[in-house]
Design a protein around this ligand. Structure first.
Ligand SMILES: [Zn+2]
Length: 428
């Protein structure tokens, strides 16, 4: 294994220091280090070293839709975005609702070797919302699943949600809920409000999310289990979460980069690249989500990276699949939206430490320090770059940020001492 000497990086928001990476771990930090013969030197003057980012919500599309993304291409996109671990959502084809499928995804991740791919198991068989999947068998499998989600669908039946929460308690699992009361969003195309009325598109009301979150925090309290709320998108949801946390309920929540930046007025022009579920909301919602991420009511940023093939996205709005790419732009978009309020320590907490804790990924989410696995990313806070969809590593092109000038660039990413990204390029 190559030894690396990294010169002059700031670890999160500390003073510049050198780091020696040897045998997969950070051997030493301090001023004026020498790496010894054969050490590869990386000049990190002005760069920030963050714990490798961890994404709780990634759609990798394999098995089933390898035309849109594979475990390998999605892993490459993740590494380029500064990630060292991603949690792969269960809505593949076949659905990841058995030990066999989650082990398949886990093995594909190991083979790609660019990030740790931690499969999420489905809560219900086939995401059908009627019968619990083999949660215990997935937990006991080689993939050691701890997060379960029917994401894309809500576990709408309260009795089934209660049983799922009770079941995962035994192995400290967590149910990640896509909060959407389906009877309130039948046929919905975008956020229900002034813009949907003007455009004549059926609306997805905020209350459809808020009603499920309110119900589920009460269920989690009642059975004493952990609940995680996916992609929180409304100001009202933030208030329910604030109440639940103050009450001591074991709930955590995520927000996506796009919900921190974009509003429903992007639907003007009917460009389906802005169609996403939950939909883009109002400016007041964006303000509330930003504030909640800064004050900790929302624990983490998760990308909801949702690659789609061209024919599924470049069509009329009502026929387009919901979802946006996220892995390669997440850090930059978060910095653009709330970087000045979060600072690098806040970024490390919301994009690495907290998601690693929620997922139980004990090898991830640690600031670079002697004795720790060399699993981190080096970012250039002064760099700017322009998003070119054709230049992305994802197999899909559905980024809502095409042509946007963004701050912060990932320069290098290391996974257990092996570089996955060098000079802003994937090593393989
Ligand atoms: Zn979802």
């Amino acid at each position: 294994m190559t030894t690396f000497l990294i010169r002059g990086a700031r670890i999160v928001d500390g003073d510049p220091t050198d780091l020696i990476i040897r045998d997969g771990v950070i051997a030493e930090t301090g001023p004026n280090l020498t790496g010894g013969p054969g050490a590869e030197v990386i000049d990190a003057d002005g760069l920030v070293a963050l714990p490798g980012l961890v994404d709780l919500h990634t759609h990798l599309r394999e098995p089933g839709r390898e035309d849109a993304e594979t475990v390998e291409s999605g892993s490459r996109a993740a590494a380029l975005g500064g990630y060292t671990a991603v949690c792969a959502m269960a809505n593949t084809s076949p659905v990841a609702d058995t030990a066999g499928v989650v082990e398949q995804v886990w093995r594909l991740g190991r083979t790609a070797g660019l990030v740790d791919v931690q499969p999420i198991g489905a809560v219900t068989v086939g995401l059908g919302g009627e019968q619990l999947a083999e949660l215990g068998a997935m937990a006991d499998s080689a993939a050691q699943v701890r997060i379960f989600s029917d994401d894309g669908h809500c576990v709408a039946d309260p009795r089934l949600m209660r049983r799922a929460l009770e079941y995962v308690r035994a192995f400290d699992g967590v149910i990640a809920q896509h909060a959407e009361e389906p009877r309130l969003t039948d046929g919905a195309q975008m956020h229900e409000g002034i813009t949907s009325a003007r455009l004549g598109l059926p609306g997805w009301p905020a209350v459809a999310e808020e009603a499920i979150i309110a119900r589920d925090v009460l269920l989690a309290e009642h059975v004493g289990a952990r609940l995680h709320v996916c992609h929180v998108s409304t100001a009202g949801s933030v208030e329910i979460l604030r109440w639940a946390k103050a009450r001591g309920i074991a709930v955590t929540a995520e927000v996506t980069p796009h919900h921190l930046l974009l509003t429903d007025t992007r639907a003007d022009g009917y460009d389906p690249v802005f169609k996403v579920n939950p939909p883009l909301r109002t400016g007041a919602d964006v303000d509330a989500l930003q504030a909640a991420l800064v004050d900790g009511v929302i624990d983490v940023v998760a990308t909801d990276h949702a690659p789609h093939a061209v024919q599924d996205k470049e069509c009329e709005w009502p026929y387009a699949r919901p979802g946006m790419l996220g892995l390669e732009t997440a850090l930059s978009v978060v910095w653009l939206a709330v970087g000045h309020r979060l600072g690098w320590d806040g970024v490390a907490e919301r994009l690495s430490r907290a998601p690693a804790r929620i997922a139980g990924l004990t090898e991830h989410g640690h600031d670079p320090a002697p004795g720790r696995a060399a699993t981190f990313t080096l970012v250039d806070p002064a760099a700017r770059w322009t998003v070119d969809p054709a230049g992305l590593a994802s197999r899909s092109r559905n980024t809502p940020y095409a042509g946007l000038d963004l701050p912060v660039r990932v320069v290098a990413t290391f996974l257990r001492g092996e570089p996955t990204v060098v000079d802003g390029k994937a090593v393989r």
